[in-house]
Ligand binder design. Sequence first.
Ligand code: SAH
Length: 234
Amino acid sequence: MDSYQIEPIGHISSPYKQKFAIPRQPRLVPQAKAKLLFCQNFNREEFVRGIDEFTHLWLLFRFHETADKGYSALVRPPRLGGNEKKGVFATRATFRPNGIGMSAVKLEGIEYKNGQLALLLSGIDLLDGTPIVDIKPYLPYSDAMPDACAGFADTRPETHMTVSFSEQADEFIAAQTTYPELRDFIANVLKQDPRPAYKKQKQETQFYGMTLFDFNIRWQVDESHNHVIEITKQ
Ligand code: SAH
């Protein structure tokens, strides 16, 4: 069997510091901003010349956090409540042969600062440190297929979840100035209902935590309501 070695061309610097609570596809949380920092061999303006003519890009990346955990032929897509199995190639599951992911994201700009070339992106669904193996411009005339049928994932996941913030959380958000969209960002991440499928039917109050940027965020879920209890700096 042929095998290949792939060299990353860059890495993602993302507010999502752990897998839990990352939206399941790009563009679900537009406030999720990231930088793609090019590796030394690709850290030259020539590699991206003309890229600013495109509003969206395809990123091909390695599911580096889970790639060494292997794969199986059948997976349980969260979209089906975790109860039904589908073939791995009929899903966008992370546990797959070769561990390659793809996301269409918005290009917000290009930055060249202190000798480091970076693409500024939004709407990402990528973990901090994700290795990028290729970038291609998104071509609407060919890539957008409005009549396409997407089986069990035909529509954007509906969310009926609401979000509120404790006094402490609101004060914390108001006191920091680095991330003006922090409140909307947290709210939209929680509206995606990051709970595992099997927990969604549970009646009792559930408590969760996640790290966004360097903030630890704790919240509780009662039926379809998220309440942000506390935000602290790491
Ligand atoms: N849009 C991609 C990803 C879909 S799966 C694709 O279709 O290929 C989305 C999940 O990937 C997220 O919820 C997150 O938990 C997970 N993820 C993101 N970056 C990852 C990484 N570097 N390693 C492992 N899992 C990752």
